[in-house]
Design a protein around this ligand. Structure first.
Ligand code: NAI
Ligand code: MG
Length: 354
């Protein structure tokens, strides 16, 4: 009901996940208090320590436990002594697939006082919508003639009408709520079956959603445009592989990996969505109290937005932007603030209001 709390599964995870998660929760406490929003947290001690003890990243009924929540808020997973295949395929990938989180949403935006690598001050503000469940990342394929001269490997790309149209629909709606400009990454000059299929469905879906049209751009040219004229882009929709590459390129354009947020969305809300910063567990700086908490705090704002709390989400983002604007930042951005000092400053800004 309207008054029952929304339930959040919290997995701080490994490395700096243990440091940036409390930072984001402190900001969430401050902003939800101001807005009378009720969130109820279930803290789950899953991750590499759990793996060392039990041989798996989460319990056998872990997905059932998560399914009883309105959202999943994750720090990072990954440890130097455990193969990434175990940590990734033991937690993240099963969650994305089981809960049909078919949109991977990554905002790419210039922040005050955070210089990017481009020789320009023009602000960048785009949203990358990556297909998150099919496409090039399919399990269909195989290896044959192992170890022989004719050894071969085949991996099939799978696009479904349902899969492409639902991610295109999400991107078109997002574009309509912003500038109305939608760009689609393609490679239909070289990949002659799946990519023209992608193009057709994206164009049909955009037209049906009321967008004037969609700008279909070959991904090689689009990569160049990211670097040369990123301000000309607003919403970019891309397949799983192309979106993976473009979103890393995009976040590199705006500065530190420590600030980048992301959401794995099940837009219909049939299943919980997963919110996690782009960065990993950063073992090289873990335990030192110097990690940049912005990625996790911004991710928390995306979660608030998804849960229907738009104003609170916007306030939380504005608060860390004002702190950055005042010249306070962590070491990765050239500052001297610790994780705790930066977080305290954001909490103060949230309490002060706009
Ligand atoms: P990473 O993102 O953890 O670190 C890359 C570099 O960026 C490091 O030098 C690190 O110190 C720095 N960095 C990252 N986040 C930062 C922050 N918030 N503040 C300041 N500096 C920050 O990527 P790396 O080193 O490739 O991976 C480490 C582990 O994390 C691996 O086990 C990897 O598999 C895992 N990983 C997990 C992800 C996830 O949980 N979604 C995503 C990426 C990596
Ligand atoms: Mg990537």
């Amino acid at each position: 009901s309207e008054n029952s709390p929304q339930r959040i599964a919290v997995v701080a995870g490994d490395g700096i996940g243990q440091e940036v998660m409390p930072a984001a929760l402190a900001c969430l406490d401050a902003v939800t208090e101001r807005h009378g929003i009720r969130l109820e947290y279930t803290h789950l001690d899953w991750g590499s320590d759990f793996y060392r003890e039990h041989g798996s990243m989460m319990p056998a009924d872990g997905l059932d436990e998560l399914s009883r929540h309105d959202a999943i808020f994750l720090g990072a997973v990954g440890a130097p002594d455990i193969p990434d295949t175990e940590t990734l395929w033991g937690l993240l990938i099963p969650i994305r697939r089981a809960f049909d989180q078919y949109v991977n949403l990554r905002p790419v935006r210039t922040l005050p006082g955070v210089p990017g690598p481009l020789a320009t001050d023009r602000p960048i503000d785009m949203m990358i919508v990556r297909e998150n469940t099919e496409g090039e990342y399919s399990e269909i394929g195989g290896r044959l003639y192992r170890g022989r001269p004719q050894e071969a490997a085949v991996q099939e790309t799978v696009f479904t009408r349902l899969g492409v149209s639902r991610v295109a629909r999400y991107a078109a709606d997002l574009a309509l709520s912003r500038s109305g400009r939608l760009t689609s990454a393609t490679k239909s000059n070289g990949i002659i079956h799946t990519m023209p299929f992608w193009d057709e469905i994206v164009a049909e879906t955009a037209a049906a959603s009321g967008l004037g049209g969609v700008d279909s751009v070959l991904v090689d040219a689009l990569a160049a445009r990211f670097v040369l004229q990123p301000w000309s882009l607003d919403v970019v929709v891309a397949s799983n592989l192309l979106g993976d590459i473009l979103s890393d390129l995009g976040s590199a354009l705006t500065g530190s990996i420590g600030v980048a947020p992301s959401a794995n969305l099940n837009p219909e809300g049939i299943h919980p969505s997963l919110f996690e910063p782009v960065h990993g567990s950063a073992p090289d700086i873990a335990g030192k109290g110097i990690a940049n908490p912005i990625g996790q705090i911004w991710t928390a704002a995306m979660m608030l937005d998804h849960l229907g709390h738009r104003a609170a989400a916007a306030e939380q983002i504005a608060a860390f932007e004002r702190v950055l604007d005042a010249g306070i930042c962590t070491g990765d951005l050239g500052g001297t603030a610790s994780t705790a000092e930066f977080t305290d400053a954001v909490v103060r800004e949230i309490r002060r209001g706009e």
